[in-house]
Design a protein around this ligand. Structure first.
Ligand SMILES: [Zn+2]
Length: 414
């Protein structure tokens, strides 16, 4: 994969046999996307008047009829501070130099897998926010980072590795502090985690409706949306009523709740892969979890993804990368494979991975769709987009504006 970073003066023409706009395919034998100033200038299709060959002068031309152009991918849910082996807090407290190296490895992995932006779900040490700064200052090379900073949770509730606990009287002050510290969205832990030993069990709900509604309101006052960790239908129902922007995980969600999400415009990031990979056993061949429970849990989630798609819920691809067993970058392709197993079409999977993901991450003005006037975040890939293997297909090019070209920033400007 070649990364092409465009400066303002670069002109580029990308040729392909098909183009996915972010919601549908344009098929044709010769599609050309003309790029200048880091933006898509115009898209030429088959039936357009042929451009004169000399208008290609002083202009690089890449691609070919055997290739497809799609928007860059966005992973809606990652934890840059975590390493995919264990979620222990100790791992976050590593030597700063080592940390930079480790972050760079993770960031490269995102780029190699075609991912041009990630929404970070938080960590207690503020590593996601620090990483965003290093990418913006070009000390690290990576995708755009939309960072939550520290997660909001209640004293004594689940998630001590994601953020310090808070008492109800402190929410306003904490949200204000997170906004000042540069959170791009407020991550909140509404429920605990899914049991891998007892089917359908999720540890308790931390907030009541009044508290959660206040939090959504307070975040909104700072221009921030709420990304809500919620499994169990009870937790999801609460989130819908409180008006969060996105429900994360949402294991054991009911059809009624999905219907309400579609009606109220609450997005869903189902993160199947962190549960599905638990079924693979350990390197030593042992299983520490109940395989049947895991199988039943993630298969139910796949059925609900199909149901959500039919009901018109905005679904995004997010991996929870950094959680045990989920690799940064590679997990994205496994998640798309699971969406395929759920019965989604190629267009539906791509929409969840591009346009919907951009909306969920708050990047709808920047990424996720290909149209004239939009910033040029494109992937040029081989035509095989079946997503059946979970393997990385041929990504020939990732095209994006140079991070310092000034067109785009994930910095919080409240
Ligand atoms: Zn998470």
């Amino acid at each position: 994969m070649q990364l092409i970073e465009l400066s303002c003066s670069d002109r580029l023409v990308v040729e392909a046999g098909a183009l996915f706009t972010g919601s549908s395919f344009i098929a044709g034998n010769h599609i050309r996307v003309h790029i200048s100033d880091g933006k898509i200038e115009h898209i030429e299709e088959d039936n357009d008047q042929l451009i004169e060959p000399n208008s290609h002068k002083n202009c690089r031309v890449i691609g070919g009829d055997h290739l497809t152009i799609i928007p860059c991918f966005i992973d809606c849910h990652v934890h840059l501070a975590l390493d995919g082996v264990s979620s222990s807090l100790e791992k976050q407290r590593i030597n700063p130099l080592l940390l930079k190296d480790r972050l760079q490895d993770k960031l490269f992995s995102y780029l190699i897998h075609g991912i041009a932006a990630v929404r970070d779900g938080g960590d207690r040490e503020g590593i996601g926010v620090a990483c965003r700064g290093m990418v913006e200052r070009m000390e690290l090379k990576g995708p755009l980072v939309m960072a939550s900073g520290k997660a909001l949770r209640k004293n004594g509730g689940y998630g001590s590795f994601l953020g310090p606990g808070a008492a109800p009287g402190e929410f306003a002050q904490i949200i204000k502090r997170y906004a000042v510290e540069g959170s791009n969205q407020i991550k909140i832990l509404v429920s605990g985690v899914v049991s891998f030993k007892e089917y359908g069990r999720v540890s308790g709900v931390q907030f009541d409706l009044k508290e959660l509604s206040q939090i959504v309101q307070m975040a909104g006052d700072h221009g921030l949306k709420v990304m809500a960790h919620a499994s169990s239908d009870e937790a999801v129902r609460l989130c819908i009523k409180a008006g969060v922007h996105s429900v994360e995980h949402g294991f054991f969600v009911s059809e009624n709740s999905l219907q309400a999400m579609a009606e109220k415009g609450v997005a869903w990031v189902p993160t199947v892969v962190p549960v599905a990979v638990q079924n693979q056993g350990r390197p030593d061949g042992s299983y520490i979890k109940d395989r049947l429970v895991i199988e039943q849990t993630y298969r139910r989630q796949l059925r609900m993804i199909r149901c959500a798609q039919q009901l018109g819920v905005t679904i995004g691809v997010g991996t929870d990368a950094g959680a045990a067993g989920v690799q940064h970058g590679a997990g994205f392709w496994q998640e798309m494979q699971l969406f395929r197993e759920a019965g989604l079409t190629t267009e539906e999977i791509l929409t969840a991975a591009t346009r919907n993901a951009a909306y969920i991450a708050g990047l709808e003005d920047t990424m996720g769709t290909i149209a004239p006037g939009r910033p040029a975040y494109l992937l040029v890939v081989d035509n095989d987009l079946s997503f059946e293997s979970g393997q990385l297909p041929g990504i020939r090019y990732m095209i994006r504006p140079r991070p310092d070209a000034g067109a785009v920033s994930s910095s919080h400007s409240a």
